[in-house]
Design a protein around this ligand. Structure first.
Ligand code: HPA
Length: 283
């Protein structure tokens, strides 16, 4: 990306940030990205201000099935929050910069916590469809990075650390809330492929050897940008299926959405509980 394109991108981010912050009127404590079929978390948000992506200047529109395409800002048990109902994926044909545009906006808006959710495939038999998993680390196999190109030094450093990307205190908080809510929360490493084809059986065997527990097509670019902007990061994945080659049947997106539908209640309780307890968190 040239310097000119980079300056234009920055200006677009700033215009979108001004638009959402004026429309919403408060600074969210956390931005929550709702993955495939997980949009129901947004229904728990009180006094919602709903902004369709199409109304926000320069905001890319999401095309994936199961993703609504709107921002919902409001409160979860008194904690100001904004939820992205519908995320952007690299496989939709957007650039890495485009899919992480919302994260830049959240960072510029002053949002402290970036909380990603997603649907994933479980890479080994210790993970079952329906399991909720705290993402403790990731492997980027997407073949691209959203920080390619000129660095905006006031957004973040050229070479951001990724060893401490996932916030330890937030992970502990998530596990506390899971216990309190009687929700089983495992831990795992997420590996991201570009998609949109599901992985081959050989790719899943490779992922297992590489140390991955979960496989998916999202989240990692968002985490990199959130880390670049110095946000505190938390990610929870819901296992939708056994990954490729682990059962006799082929993978379908419908299977993913069906499993997410069954997990939505538990995940909503967990997400609401975590965001609500940010209000009590002494840092
Ligand atoms: N692979 C990639 N992405 C996914 C999967 C999978 O098995 N399940 C849900 N998202």
């Amino acid at each position: 990306m040239s310097k000119e394109r980079s300056a234009e991108y920055r200006q677009h981010v700033e215009e979108a940030t001004v638009f959402v912050s004026r429309s919403v009127g408060f600074v969210p404590r956390a931005a929550v990205v709702l993955g495939s079929g997980l949009g129901s978390v947004a229904e728990a948000i009180e006094n919602p201000v709903v902004i369709p992506y199409g109304e926000i200047p320069h905001w890319p529109l999401s095309t994936a099935p199961g993703h609504k395409g709107r921002l919902v800002a409001g409160y979860l048990k008194g904690v100001p929050v904004v939820a992205m109902q519908g995320r952007l994926h690299y496989y939709e044909g957007y650039s890495m910069r485009e899919i992480t545009f919302p994260v830049r906006v959240f960072g510029g808006w002053g949002t402290e916590v970036f909380f990603a959710t997603n649907a994933s495939g479980g890479v080994h038999y210790g993970l079952l469809p329906g399991d909720l998993v705290l993402v403790v680390d990731h492997i980027n196999l997407m073949g691209a990075n959203p920080l390619f190109g000129p660095n905006e030094d006031d957004w973040g450093p050229r070479f951001p650390d990724m060893t401490l990307a996932y916030d330890k205190k937030l992970m502990a908080l998530a596990e506390e809330v899971a216990l309190r809510e009687s929700v089983n929360l495992k831990r795992g490493v997420y590996i991201a492929f570009a998609g949109p084809s599901f992985e081959t059986s050989a790719e899943i065997r490779m992922a297992r050897v590489l140390g991955a527990d979960l496989v998916g097509m999202s989240t990692v670019p968002e985490i990199i940008v959130a880390r670049h902007m110095g946000m505190r990061i938390l990610a929870v994945s819901c296992v939708a299926n056994y990954a490729a080659g682990m059962t006799e049947s082929p993978l379908t997106h419908q299977e993913v959405l069906d499993e997410m539908g069954r997990a939505a209640d538990r995940l909503t309780r967990l997400v609401v509980g975590i965001v609500a307890s940010l209000g009590e968190e002494g840092r």
